[in-house]
Design a protein around this ligand. Structure first.
Ligand code: ADP
Ligand code: MG
Length: 234
């Protein structure tokens, strides 16, 4: 049997930031592979390089050296245009501060990624309604972000990230602004979606409690991997 190929390959990644006279080495020499279906937690204290790593994985910033391959595509070598299309096709994002469009309803926010994909309005709305039902928001379709609680807004954020069934969903501190009970609900939702469609999740957090939702925990300190622990899938 062929060995399965990893969905993400990180090779000798280094990222330096220049701030005035100082050079900050945010990532030193980071290498790892992620297999499809893994819920991979990038764990570490504030300043350890988690967001920098996520930005590299998603092609949001270019590395100083090394490379990231998604599928077989070197993300840092794509043009802006190709990268935008690549993201729409394969990636989803969940943010700590939800990043919903304030002038759009829950339904419109959720349907937005489908608009970029050229899906017609009727189908967009039907699919958005469907997924908002799954996250328990059927009664909030026409509410604007400022008319919803943090937990409700993040559920819209999750619906928006998963509506296109992306291969990989990146989540940077997705529960950072939520209470404990809502955190559990939101993490269970992310895990359930990922399991259902065999999606890969990259979950960035400094909260030890969130690691329990992961199948693998990579710990960063000062821009280096200090441990990488895989759990058996239950
Ligand atoms: P984390 O997400 O784990 O809190 P970051 O990846 O945001 O950490 O930051 C890692 C290190 O890189 C920190 O020391 C931070 O100050 C530095 N850093 C991050 N972004 C920049 C930037 N744009 N310019 C300069 N330094 C940065
Ligand atoms: Mg961060």
């Amino acid at each position: 049997m062929n060995k399965p190929t990893p969905i993400i390959r990180v090779k000798n990644l280094r990222k330096e930031y220049v701030a005035g006279e100082d050079v900050v080495v945010a990532l030193k020499d980071v290498s790892f592979d992620v297999m499809q279906g893994e819920i991979c937690c990038i764990f570490g204290t504030s300043g350890s390089g988690k967001s920098t790593l996520l930005n590299q994985l998603a092609g949001l910033e270019n590395p100083t050296s090394g490379e990231v391959l998604i599928g077989n595509i070197p993300v840092s070598k794509l043009s802006e245009h190709d990268l935008a299309i690549f993201r729409q096709r394969y990636l989803g994002f969940i943010f700590q501060s939800y990043n919903l469009m304030q002038t759009m309803t829950a339904l419109e926010n959720t349907a937005l990624p489908l608009m970029f994909k050229g899906v017609n309005k009727k189908e967009r709305e039907a699919r958005a309604k469907d997924i908002l039902k799954t996250v328990g928001l059927s009664h909030r379709l026409n509410h604007y972000p400022n008319q919803m609680s943090g937990g409700q807004q993040q559920r819209v954020g999750i619906a928006r990230a998963f509506i296109t069934k992306p291969k990989i969903v990146f989540a940077d501190e997705p529960t950072g602004n939520l209470d404990t009970k809502t955190t559990v609900e939101v993490m269970e939702m992310i895990k359930d979606f990922a399991r259902k469609y065999d999606q890969t999740i990259i979950l960035v957090t400094h909260e030890p409690d969130l690691a329990q939702y992961a199948t693998r925990v990579i710990t960063l300190a000062d821009g280096e991997i200090i441990s990488d622990i895989k759990k058996e899938r239950e």
